[in-house]
Design a binder for this molecule. Structure first.
Ligand code: NAG
Ligand code: NAG
Ligand code: NAG
Ligand code: CU
Length: 668
């Protein structure tokens, strides 16, 4: 039995702690990357900046160091090195030459077209989306982040990677590491130990919305995908990265302007960093993102909701259905739909069957919720190559409403959790996990039940100007702080994961005798470092609850370090209140699906709730937060501290440190 056979035979059971520990021993991850020596000649492992083409992917040259490859049974893991420079940049820069009039120039190296609107942006190696990481399970990923942004720090989160054994590489500033200062380089170094369509983004300030995000795909040999028989190709060129986009840098909307009611909504979307924008009756003419296929194949598309604002999107491809096979890196029993809603931070893998001829076809991304009023949408192109149709010009712009939808239209992940088979909506709670679900999740009550009620705290002018609380100005002009259990999260002055002794005890929110973290006695709203302690190995059930009046805001919550089982979700009513649910919570196992699926990001229905469950077997400080960027920056977040400090491996020697500087005042 080869190393890989051994490794892969454990794959199905990998969710179990024992198997994970075994894997970690093989990969040295339980003892941290410190024990894995760094190769001297790292440049020999440097990866190309651009996505590779299908020939290079399918037929790698002998001895190639390129990590984007088909993952083959028995193959040795690789080292994948990336050198990234982060800087201020602009769309339609000099690199774009005569673009958009000269379309060829729009594809020049370092030309960022975005939606054709000129603005200042932030980039990694002058690309949007930022360069892709595409590796096989077990590969070692090493990324040097060179911060070349004057006056700005950065920190990058690898969204979907569990970082077990490399907890200090999770990239949450002042929780797992210090922010990376201007003119310094930080080396991320971790193993790709969980498969799937992930992505990465800056977790520092609002940088993600200005361009600092990209693809991160961890593939496995097809034999180990329970849906592997449903597709023929899984190619680097078949990623659909959807981002939302503004005309002004993101900071301009934080806290938001009162007079012009600027709010924080998206002005447009990008598909693989491209598209057009409409202002009044005029449109820019930059090229659309394009996916090329051949007729008669089944392609795996990896779709990423690289969104930041409160507008989810609905993805539809004209003339084609989408066979959903995975979400957030976890397989689901296949479900065929016409559209998928994506919220900030979610990913979906679908099989596209190219049964049509003709075309080209539109890929339509419609903005939902508050983006419906402004009819914000974006188009991409699905082109069949090798046929005359591939040469045909694009059909007319179908506008926000798009093309006619089929009868018995089916949509995955509907807003407001309106999940009824038959009337078209299919929710995450109704999907079926093709892998076995452990007994302690499906059959037993949890060790810990914790209620997290999130929402907003209105700040009246007096409260606002008598303090320096963080706030946002909503499109209606309200000044709001964002909260979980009435607490607005603020970061400590040093990361508790790597510098626990440098965090003063009084910055943490107080914990009650009943183990609940609350505002200090007598306060119904406060700002503090909200950390919830969880014993290592316990089965945790969280009620994520939104008691606010029903609206079109479905807040997507993302948990770092884990995937969780999606047990139940729904909306409250007069007969079914939060209080009634909490009362009943510890009394029976709450599972809608016969085999609940795993996700790491889930939209909680407005005026409703979700029950999620996971085994806390990954020690560390794990951020749990609303993935709407302006909500997390104004406090809608908590940190789960799993296990003790001694359970977490020590960071590499010389790991950067930081903290407040207030020298002693000398009395004379
Ligand atoms: C577009 O620009 C390139 C130079 O970047 C030039 O070679 C080419 O002729 C131009 N195409 C047209 C149609 O003007
Ligand atoms: C949160 O605040 C609301 C009112 O602002 C209050 O009714 C509620 O009891 C508070 N919850 C907690 C857990 O303190
Ligand atoms: C979701 O619910 C809100 C509040 O009832 C409503 O305004 C909105 O239209 C609903 N959205 C959809 C797509 O049904
Ligand atoms: Cu939110």
């Amino acid at each position: 039995m080869t190393f890989w056979h051994l490794f892969l035979s454990f794959k199905v059971a990998v969710r179990s702690g024992a198997a994970r520990m075994f894997l970690c021993v093989l990969f040295a991850c339980a003892v941290g990357v410190t024990s894995a020596s760094t190769p001297v000649d790292l440049k020999a492992y440097l990866q190309p900046v651009n996505d590779i083409d299908r020939d290079t992917y399918l037929h790698p040259k002998e001895g190639s160091n390129i990590c984007a490859r088909e993952c083959v049974l028995g193959e040795e893991p690789k080292i994948c090195y990336y050198e990234w420079t982060v800087e201020n940049y602009a769309t339609i820069s000099d690199a774009c030459g005569g673009c958009p009039d000269n379309v060829t120039d729009c594809f020049n190296d370092q030309c960022v077209t975005a939606d054709g609107y000129e603005r200042g942006i932030l980039t990694i190696n002058r690309r949007i989306p930022a360069p892709s990481i595409e590796v096989c399970l077990g590969d070692r990923i090493i990324i040097d982040i060179i911060n070349n942004m004057p006056g700005r720090t950065i920190s990058i989160h690898w969204h979907g990677i569990f970082q077990q054994g490399s907890q200090f590489m999770d990239g949450v500033p002042m929780v797992t590491q210090c922010s990376i200062y201007e003119s310094t380089t930080f080396r991320y170094d971790f193993y790709a130990n969980n498969e799937g369509t992930h992505f990465y983004h800056s977790h520092d300030g609002l940088e993600k919305l200005d361009g600092l995000e990209g693809n991160l795909v961890v593939r496995t040999p097809k034999e180990y995908d329970p849906n592997g028989n449903l597709y023929d190709f899984d190619l680097p060129e078949h990623k659909i990265f959807i981002s939302d986009w503004m005309r002004l840098p993101a900071d301009e909307h934080f806290p938001g302007l009162r007079g012009v009611k600027s709010g924080q909504d998206a002005n447009s979307f990008l598909i693989n960093g491209r598209g057009r924008t409409r202002i009044g009756t005029k449109s820019t003419t930059t090229p659309y993102g394009q996916i090329n296929v051949k007729a008669g194949n089944r392609y795996r598309l990896r779709v990423v909701g690289g969104l930041c604002t409160v507008c989810p999107v609905k993805l539809t491809i004209d003339g084609h259905t989408l066979l959903v096979i995975a979400t957030d890196g976890n397989p689901v029993a296949p479900v065929r739909v016409d559209s998928i809603n994506l919220f900030s931070g979610e990913r979906y893998d679908v099989v596209l069957e190219t049964n049509n001829a003709g075309g080209p076809y539109w890929i339509l991304v419609q903005g939902l919720a508050t983006c419906v009023d402004q009819r914000v949408y974006q188009l991409g192109v699905l082109a069949y190559e090798g046929t005359a149709s591939g040469q045909r010009s694009l059909p007319e712009d179908p506008g926000y409403d798009g093309f006619p939808l089929p009868k018995n239209y089916r949509i995955l992940n509907p807003e407001n959790a309106s999940c009824n088979y038959g009337s078209g909506g299919i929710c995450a709670t109704q999907l079926v996990n093709p892998n076995p679900v452990p007994k302690d999740i499906l059959k037993e009550l949890p060790d810990i039940n914790y209620v997290l009620t999130f929402g907003f705290q209105g700040l009246d002018t007096e409260a606002l100007f008598n303090s320096y609380d963080r706030f946002i100005v909503s499109p209606l002009g309200d000044t709001l702080s964002s909260t979980v259990n009435n607490i607005s999260f603020i970061a400590p002055p040093a990361p508790p994961l790597t510098q626990p002794d440098d965090v003063p005890a009084d910055v943490y929110c107080p914990t009650d005798s009943d183990g609940l973290v609350r505002c200090p006695e007598g306060k119904s709203y406060c700002l503090c470092v909200h950390v919830i302690k969880i014993p290592l190995g316990s089965v945790v059930q969280l009620l994520l609850s939104d008691k606010s009046p029903r609206s079109d805001l479905n807040h997507p919550f993302h948990l770092h370090g884990y995937a969780f089982y999606v047990m139940e979700m729904g909306v409250y009513s007069e007969d079914f209140t939060e209080e009634a649910l909490i009362e009943d919570l510890g009394k029976r196992v709450r599972a809608t699906s016969s085999a609940p699926i795993l996700k790491d990001t889930l939209a909680i229905p407005s005026g409703g709730y979700a029950v999620i469950k996971f085994k806390a077997n990954n020690p560390g400080y794990w951020f749990l937060h609303c993935h709407f960027l302006y909500h997390v920056t104004s406090g809608m977040a908590v940190t789960l501290h799993v296990g003790e400090h001694s359970d977490v491996p020590t960071p590499p020697a010389g790991f950067p440190k930081c903290g407040s500087f207030t020298p002693k005042v000398y009395k004379d």
